[in-house]
Design a protein around this ligand. Structure first.
Ligand SMILES: C[S@@+](CC[C@H](N)C(=O)[O-])C[C@H]1O[C@@H](n2cnc3c(N)ncnc32)[C@H](O)[C@@H]1O
Length: 261
């Protein structure tokens, strides 16, 4: 990844994490989960992922590229999971730890500082498209999954890796590539669904308006900062591609087969 792309990603996933956490502290704790779900700001998606990956009480959930920890906190609150956030941006790890008191380790997805076979469930939401070495990321995820463990993915897909107007630092996989990529690493693909086909969730509107309020406050607090302008440009580009259905969000569940004995 080039220096410019690195700066853009640092602003979008690092600086913005600190600003988001600051804004949540002003507005109140009920704003934390909606604002801290970046890329998966939808309770319907997280419900589907929790149910489809069989998440349950006390299970170790590793959220790779877990950002500020919103999805991990949702998994703890709704399903009783024991989450660990693994996320390369130190500022995002700090936000996950301060906002939710979550365990958060600064780590690239391709080199996770955790033992083999240690996760019951892994989530990786909105990360594949920002990772050039997709195969290395999946290989590392499989290493930490115990036999029988489940993987839940949210993947932004497109027909070409960089459609016109794509945000910096994103290379979208095609939907058809996903079973091939996962199968290559021994994963069995289970269910998948296009995000737009999910049923409505009763909390969706409240989440959306709380996330919007946090974004608006961040905008006021950092008006005139070039880094904010860059982040907003990234988000606008992604939003347009999703609206035009050039980029499509897909949820996938896959599992490591149980060892034969
Ligand atoms: C769109 S955000 C999604 C954050 C979180 N999963 C969520 O849904 O709220 C993408 C995240 O992937 C992280 N990321 C980017 N490249 C990564 C990599 N190679 N390994 C692990 N995480 C990565 C970013 O720092 C960012 O936090």
């Amino acid at each position: 990844m080039g220096d410019v792309e690195n700066d853009v990603m640092e602003n979008e996933f690092g600086v913005l994490a600190t600003w988001t956490a600051d804004a949540v502290r002003v507005l109140g704790p009920e704003y934390a989960v909606p604002a801290a779900c970046k890329g998966s700001a939808s309770p319907a998606m997280l419900e589907w992922l929790g149910r489809t990956t069989g998440l349950g009480q006390g299970q170790v959930l590793m959220d790779v590229g877990g950002g500020l920890g919103g999805p991990a906190e949702f998994a703890r609150g709704e399903f009783g999971a024991r989450p660990v956030v693994l996320e390369p941006m130190v500022a995002a790890c700090r936000a996950a730890s301060e906002l939710f008191d979550l365990s958060a380790l600064a780590a690239e997805g391709g080199r996770l500082p955790v033992a083999d076979n240690s996760a019951d469930v892994v989530w990786c939401l909105g990360v594949l498209c920002t990772t050039p070495d997709k195969s290395g990321l999946i290989a590392e995820i499989v290493r930490v999954m115990r036999p029988g463990a489940q993987l839940g993915l949210l993947v932004f897909t497109a027909d070409e890796p960089r459609p016109d107007g794509a945000p910096e630092g994103n290379e979208f996989p095609a939907e058809e590539e996903l079973p091939v990529l996962l199968g290559k690493h021994g994963l069995e693909v289970g269910r998948s669904i296009a995000a737009e086909e999910l049923p409505d969730h009763p909390d969706q509107d409240t989440w959306r308006s709380r996330a919007d309020e946090v974004e608006a406050l961040v905008g006021q607090m950092h008006a005139g900062d070039d880094r904010l302008a860059q982040v907003l440009d990234q988000q606008r580009r992604m939003g347009r591609l999703i609206q035009d259905q050039v980029v499509r969000a897909v949820l996938v569940a896959a599992n490591v087969p149980n060892s034969p004995n």
